[in-house]
Design a protein around this ligand. Structure first.
Ligand SMILES: [Zn+2]
Length: 249
């Protein structure tokens, strides 16, 4: 699933993700461009998965395509990747590499080529009603944690159930999304604005109902006092009360 039209990526932009071309065994290594060193061809990069190890690299080692001279695959440097590939890799590592295995908890995702516009994850719609709700919650939290470690801002999107918005640099702008017959709209206005939501790229707007949906059950943070839905708790299969972990019962 991909709601975005294919758009040619402009190479060497801040925030872009690159994968190492070195044919090492194991998981691929990803880096992210932090900034360009003004007036030079050098770029500040860091490990994309952890956000750590900031260092400088010659821009000539960052390639737009995987094919090198004569069409052979490159074996050195880094190649630009679709951010959706990177997000999917993080999800896979979180769900299958860690303790919180739950292979179906992310039912789908879409992601723009622009990491600042970002995209969304669709949580398995029956997760909150399922007998394994606690496992599903832990799995979603593992995914959110992996995304946040990789510098993404992650939050529920007001107005859309079962979806989580994921992007870079989202602290200042509205998280609202709108699913329309003509595609996906992302609000570009400032956080907390009161007038209609608007997607500045598509020049589309939609009503700001100002009646946020109750915090979705998968909110990543540990349940804060007063945040859990005040409904009658019930026992899950593991004997943990649903209310205690903030699940609707
Ligand atoms: Zn908005």
């Amino acid at each position: 699933m991909d709601d975005e039209l294919p758009v040619a990526q402009v190479h060497l932009q801040r925030g872009q993700i690159y994968r190492s071309c070195a044919s090492a065994s194991g998981s691929p290594r990803y880096v992210r461009i932090l900034e360009r060193d003004r007036g030079t061809d050098r770029y500040r990069i860091a490990d994309a998965v952890t956000g750590r190890r900031p260092r400088d690299i010659d821009g000539r080692r960052l390639h737009p395509y995987e094919d090198g001279r004569g069409g052979a695959l490159r074996r050195t440097g880094y190649v630009l990747v679709d951010p959706h590939e990177f997000v999917n890799e993080l999800i896979e590592r979180a769900l299958f590499g860690g303790r919180h295995r739950h292979p179906f908890v992310i039912a789908g995702s879409a992601f723009s080529r622009d990491v600042y516009r970002g995209g969304f994850l669709r949580v398995w719609p029956d997760a909150d009603a399922d007998t394994e709700a606690e496992a599903a919650l832990n799995a979603v939290r593992a995914v959110v944690s992996a995304l946040e470690t990789a510098s993404f801002d992650v939050e529920p999107a007001p107005g859309i159930e079962d979806e989580i918005r994921v992007r870079f640099g989202g602290k200042l702008t509205c998280p609202a999304m709108h699913s329309s017959g003509r595609g996906r709209w992302y609000c570009d206005r400032e956080r907390g604005h009161e007038d209609d939501h608007q997607d500045d790229r598509l020049l589309e707007d939609w009503p700001n109902t100002r009646a946020p949906v109750a915090p979705p059950w998968w909110l990543p943070a540990p349940t804060a006092p007063g945040r859990a839905p005040s409904r009658t708790s019930s026992k899950t299969r593991d004997g943990v009360t649903a209310q205690a972990i903030g699940l609707p019962s």
